[in-house]
Ligand binder design. Structure first.
Ligand SMILES: Nc1ncnc2c1ncn2[C@@H]1O[C@H](COP(=O)(O)OC(=O)CCCC[C@@H]2CCSS2)[C@@H](O)[C@H]1O
Length: 354
């Protein structure tokens, strides 16, 4: 039988200072927090806050959260190589860079995220995944879910339903994973396909897999029931009554400094600027006075800004001086392929007509 966890507001517990007194007394206790927000930056800010502010020497925390459509890249990844940014812009899908390493995943309300916070000493990804598997089996005992050596969860030995990443601090650690319940599985591979070619970089590449939703295996495996059963299993592990504390990541009184953490995660400098240095080599064509002109472009991009740029045109078409002017106009600009291509086409036409 599944015991539905009791859902409480976390606010009163903190206000009464019950949390520090009670939960810091024993490692045997696990606190379950569930976000009331579907904003990816707010939820990632909660992870940062817990990581930076909570003393996890004697307690563990499970944070349960879901986001509106978003693509979440790893700390050391290149967004231009990992996803379809123009399509995401068109569909209003957010891009977020998380603090943990690893590959790129797609989130929407059909995807659950689970963050297991512990002291660094107690960090154990396999134990957490085993807990998730026990929870899924409690809902549907025939479901075939197994953990792999790279900490993915596979359904029927073939389809990925969960990806893992982690952040190890000096004293605190967290392991977070996704769980695909009823996400938009036709949009997922399209959004994670970059339209750009010619990017060379040492950034962490993602490892694409065939994915499937748990609800396709059995309709009882929906987001609500899975969040409940994971919470119950987590509580059972600590012999606690299952209590899920609802938290609002906008609540500065509960999480002092959280708004700044969210702002940091939303900045261009974090999302794009943290991309490891990379180069782009490409060719493109522009139509000018009824003829097609081939242009070769080569760039070095550092911290998201164009550091070096070289453009090759047919000599008869644009003088060396004008071509140099164009290259230096691009150096120092933020790298944005759509804007950069537009800018080059516009300036090239302008310069060549002089
Ligand atoms: N939501 C989701 N769940 C599982 N697998 C996914 C998902 N989205 C995409 N994918 C598949 O995984 C690969 C990338 O696998 P790869 O192994 O490269 O990366 C990961 O798994 C990272 C997991 C990060 C989990 C964090 C938890 C909270 S915030 S994000 C991608 O190309 C798809 O094929």
């Amino acid at each position: 039988m599944i015991i539905r966890p009791m859902i409480r507001s976390f606010h009163s517990l903190f206000a009464l200072r019950i949390i520090p007194a009670r939960y810091e007394s024993s490692v045997k206790e696990g606190v379950i927090l569930q976000s009331t927000s579907n904003n990816v930056y707010e939820n990632l800010a909660i992870e940062d806050w817990i990581h930076d502010q909570m003393n996890l020497e004697n307690k563990n925390v499970l944070f349960i959260w879901r986001n509106a459509p978003a693509v979440v890249i790893g700390r050391h990844q290149n967004p231009w190589r990992e996803c379809n940014l123009p399509l995401m812009r068109e569909r209003g899908i957010c891009l977020a860079r998380r603090r943990s390493g690893g590959g790129t995943v797609y989130h929407d309300l059909g995807n659950i995220n689970l963050t297991f916070f512990t002291s660094r000493k107690r960090y154990d990804r396999m134990k957490n995944l085993e807990l998730v598997i026990r929870a899924l089996k409690a809902l549907q005992h025939q479901v075939d879910v197994q953990a792999t050596s790279r900490f993915d969860l596979l359904l029927d030995k073939k389809f990925k339903i969960s990806g893992t990443a982690a952040k190890l601090g000096r004293t605190v650690a967290y392991h977070h994973c996704t769980l695909l319940c009823s996400a938009n599985s036709s949009l997922l591979p399209i959004v994670l396909q970059s339209p750009y070619h010619g990017i060379e970089s040492n950034a962490t590449p993602s490892v694409p897999s065939l994915v499937k939703n748990l609800s396709d295996a059995d309709s009882s495996l929906n987001c609500e029931s899975i969040m409940d059963v994971v919470a119950s299993e987590y509580s059972a592990h600590y012999n606690n009554k299952p209590h899920v504390h609802l938290i609002d990541p906008k609540d500065e009184s509960l999480f002092p400094g959280i708004s700044q953490k969210k702002r940091d995660l939303c900045t261009w400098d974090w999302i794009y600027g943290k991309t490891p240095k990379f180069s782009l080599k490409t060719t493109f064509q522009i139509l000018y006075r009824n003829s097609i002109v081939d242009i070769k472009l080569s760039m070095q991009i550092k911290n998201g800004y164009i550091e070096e740029c070289s453009l090759e045109f047919p000599n008869y078409w644009l003088s060396k001086d004008l071509s140099n002017d164009l290259q230096s106009a691009l150096v120092g600009c933020k790298f944005c392929p759509t804007e950069t291509a537009f800018f080059i086409k516009y300036l090239v036409k302008d310069l060549s007509s002089r």
